[in-house]
Ligand binder design. Sequence first.
Ligand code: ATP
Ligand code: NCN
Length: 227
Amino acid sequence: MSEVSGETLIYPERSGAVGVFGGTFNPIHFGHLRSALELLEALPLAQLRFMPASEPPHRASPQVSATDRAAMVERAIAGERRFVCDRRELDREGPSYTVESLEELRHELGDERGICLIMGCDALLGLPNWHRWEELLSLAHLVIMARPGWVFPDQGVLGSLMRDHAGVAEDLVREPAGSLVTQTLSPQDISATNIRVLLQSGLSARYLLPESVLAYIAERGLYAEQE
Ligand SMILES: Nc1ncnc2c1ncn2[C@@H]1O[C@H](COP(=O)(O)OP(=O)(O)OP(=O)(O)O)[C@@H](O)[C@H]1O
Ligand SMILES: O=C(O)c1ccc[n+]([C@@H]2O[C@H](COP(=O)([O-])O)[C@@H](O)[C@H]2O)c1
């Protein structure tokens, strides 16, 4: 069983699928958290795992360490029993390839359990550049969240992917992998980029992310104001 934060994880009732929400979480914010909660309520998910990327494959190395980013995730999700911080990518050397995390999780959960890889529409657009991306749907379902300012692709390789794998919520528990489900949630036009800009400019980021995360940022002097 992989290392997870807090209590030892007992995998939930056999009925629900396991959601995996990967991200840089630099820092985690209410856009992530509110979307995750709405997904839990809209889809047959028993648990949602926030999985901070240690070395996000397709962006510059974040200035804030993976340990700090995971600590912020842990603070943010404290109190919501169905949210878990999955630290497996912190324990692995090299780029945090999602396909490798899903392989590990599939091995742990067995062949029957539904696993849902969750991502925003913006992340979907970059999918064809991911490491071994064509294997992702054999390991998990994809749950794509609408995000303000982004439209679902309807052409090219992603348009075909969306049509060929289009599924409905029930598929996430009927099958272990292979369906693509889109979900419209209340729009949260919040980004970590915007939060970093505010903090680096000496402005408040209050009400965009949990107070516990803001307190951690202050304690550790992260995203400090730039001269
Ligand atoms: N406001 C939001 N609403 C819905 N999904 C979001 C939102 N913000 C981020 N996501 C999704 O969460 C996942 C992780 O995102 P990430 O940690 O990179 O946050 P971000 O706010 O997009 O960060 P950055 O601004 O640094 O790119 C991605 O799949 C992204 O699409
Ligand atoms: O596996 C890959 O090749 C890959 C390429 C780009 C992004 N990802 C994952 O997608 C998630 C969102 O990434 P990001 O950069 O938008 O925070 C995060 O879990 C990354 O590890 C994964």
